[in-house]
Design a protein around this ligand. Sequence first.
Ligand code: ADP
Ligand code: ZN
Length: 441
Amino acid sequence: MIWAPEMETMPRKELQLLQLRRLQQVVQRAYERVPFTRQRLDQAGVRPEHIKTLDDLGRLPFTRKSDFRDTYPFGLLTVPASQLARIHASSGTTGKPTVVGYTSSDLRVWAEVCARCLASSGAQPGDVFQNAYGYGLFTGGLGMHYGAELMGLVVVPVSGGNTERQIMLLQDFGAKIIACTPSYALTLAEALDARGIRPGSLPLRYGVLGAEPWTEAMRDEIERKLGITAVNIYGLSEVIGPGVSNECIEEQNGAHIFEDHFLAEVINPRTEKAVEFGEVGELVFTTLTKEALPVIRYCTGDIASLDPNPCRCGRTFVRMSRIMGRTDDMLIIRGVNVYPTQVEAALVGVAELSPHYQLVVTRQRTLDELDVSIEVNEGFTKHLGGTFTGEEAEVQELTTRCQQKLLGVLGITARVTLVPPGKLPRSEGGKLRRVVDQRKL
Ligand code: ADP
Ligand code: ZN
């Protein structure tokens, strides 16, 4: 179902008028109330009244993660902290966390977009919803929670992790829809499998999965092993949290961006110029309705493309592709740019493999080495006769085949190690780290 048809199916001409009006208001508000932003705009020689068309967006300066750090914790807010209704923060593994604040009006907008996500993922009012995103400072859990309540779902706020309990609740409360990271969905799928619980024997039908990159191969495996339809949800704290965009179950082919609230651009990160529809670049968002923390042209670091083609679901909002990488998780190995997701792309369709892999980059004196460990799947070990030593001729052959595929896509030689099912680290509830760059350690 479409939660807000009057917005989500609005003719694009009308939408653009709405966006322009909201953009003007948001720039005005930030200019008047945030000294940091006023200074930035003044430096760029732009004033709010210069925004006359949506194309004028291109005149506004970018906002970056470092701006959050430089103004930590409250320097980008348009209201005093006492007027906030909630504060969230990102994990902050690389220093101070990124702090985001919400007024009660912002919380309503957030719940609205999350309700739209759940509806477009297959939920209907009255369905039981197992929310296995982490609750707390992380935006995932609470964001989805209030969206689900708004749309009239029966919320099970279990949070991430504790697989044993997740399975018990799936069985006993009968959730029809679950939200979690895709890597954790795989963990759950394997745990069900290990207990002999067949996909389809549970009431579970839909998965709304995101917060980390994943692939079509992972989608296939999750859908098969959990017996569900799985869609991609995308968001980031700086923009609002989860709920920036979501795939529809009708096409499962790109996430509709809720463009009445978030204005999207894709730029070439080097030239900082907008690219054409369909071309890959860095996603940049401007919030159109947020009060406490409006962001103007926030550079996400996420690499994706936009698709303006009409969708069978009836939504008129553009769709964004899967995130193909990050401007900052881009590895430079022997001078070649490598995105971890390219490895997945290269290995999609190799029937003997599972979607579990890990990259380790090392440096022997001056030469970078890329080691790729990949789990084979159960079917392949069965074919080997149930054992896996790595010495088998079939394993050697498969290793060579993977190496060649990687060379073809990455342009560099990687050392491939195939490992038996279950060997590589799994998500324990949150985001999974697939890349270990030992050169920095
Ligand atoms: P943190 O930086 O602490 O992880 P967030 O929770 O806001 O903070 O994470 C946002 C980031 O998570 C996005 O910029 C993006 O890189 C990643 N992300 C979120 N959803 C998806 C998704 N569906 N696919 C790929 N990456 C995603
Ligand atoms: Zn659609």
